[in-house]
Design a protein around this ligand. Structure first.
Ligand code: URA
Ligand code: URA
Length: 276
């Protein structure tokens, strides 16, 4: 379907109104100026957060971004895998790329959907994209991601590309602050659908937010890690977040114990039982 100029103008008007509602007051196309404006805006958000942590986000939850269509990087990559899972995930990734269900849509560069093999029996769930992920469009591509890949490749002896990796939130919270409860709720159905489509045998929750989401618990990560849980017929193992391990290398001993639970489950020294 080809949009009429009227539809395009109307969609653009809605998108701009949505951005305005979310606190965007200027639109600058000069790249250098845009960068400075973004930095100034992030600083303002940071100061707002310091002043009133729970009130910084605009109260409006649903922002109609109109039909200005954004393509998803993840969808393009998923397409290459073929098969039913990849097809359904690629379609969802396109919907996610155009999601405007919470205020983070107005401050993201792009959504971060997933990376890795959709036919994997092993799914990793992290917290939320950081600056590198927001810039590149794929999860765990920064420093924490490098550590995560090392844990998988050197520790578990699996190819990191054979694991399906995503996050609780698909958009970066400003300044990498913690996800807000309303953002987690707004994003819930995306992650639920990802889990349903992947149908993983084992899920590893990296960090508190992912662990608490999966186990519907408010216990600290130290109490949730160290064992295999059964959640609706799936196995769940929780461990420390790689970013936490970078700050607290002594905790790597615990994470090594946790990932060994996964290795033992699939059989030590055996390759991951990939599905079709
Ligand atoms: N931390 C996360 O939880 N997820 C990412 O994708 C990157 C860093
Ligand atoms: N706190 C968190 O939120 N996550 C961790 O992994 C460790 C401490």
């Amino acid at each position: 379907m080809i949009d009429t100029p009227h539809t395009i103008a109307e969609n653009l008007r809605k998108k701009l109104q949505g951005m305005k509602n979310a606190g965007v007051n200027d639109l600058i196309v000069d790249k250098k100026a845009a960068k400075l404006a973004t930095m100034a805006k992030q600083k303002r958000i940071k100061n707002d957060l310091k002043a009133a942590p729970s009130k910084a986000a605009p109260s409006q939850k649903t922002i109609n971004a109109g039909a200005v269509f954004v393509e998803s990087q993840a969808a393009k990559k998923l397409g290459a895998y073929g098969g039913e899972r990849a097809k359904r995930l690629a379609q969802m990734a396109r919907d996610v790329a155009n999601c405007a269900q919470c205020q983070l849509c107005s401050v993201r560069t792009q959504t971060v959907y997933s990376r890795g093999n959709p036919n994997s029996p092993l799914m990793f769930i992290g917290e939320a994209p950081g600056a590198d992920e927001d810039a590149q469009g794929f999860p765990f591509v920064g420093r924490a991601g490098k550590l995560l890949d090392d844990i998988v490749a050197k520790g578990m002896q699996y190819n990191p590309d054979d694991v399906y990796i995503c996050n609780v939130l698909k958009c970066r919270p400003p300044n990498n602050r913690n996800p807000e409860p309303d953002e987690i709720e707004a994003c819930r159905s995306w992650l639920e659908a990802q889990i349903e489509i992947i149908d993983p045998v084992v899920i590893v929750a990296w960090g508190k937010f992912s662990a608490q989401w999966l186990l519907q618990s408010d216990a600290p990560i130290g109490k949730l890690r160290g064992r295999m849980w059964d959640v609706g017929g799936r196995k769940v193992v929780c461990t420390y977040h790689p970013a936490y391990l970078l700050r607290t290398p002594s905790a790597k001993t615990e994470t090594w114990k946790d990932v060994q639970i996964v290795m033992d489950y699939f059989g030590r020294g055996k390759p991951l039982p990939m599905r079709v």
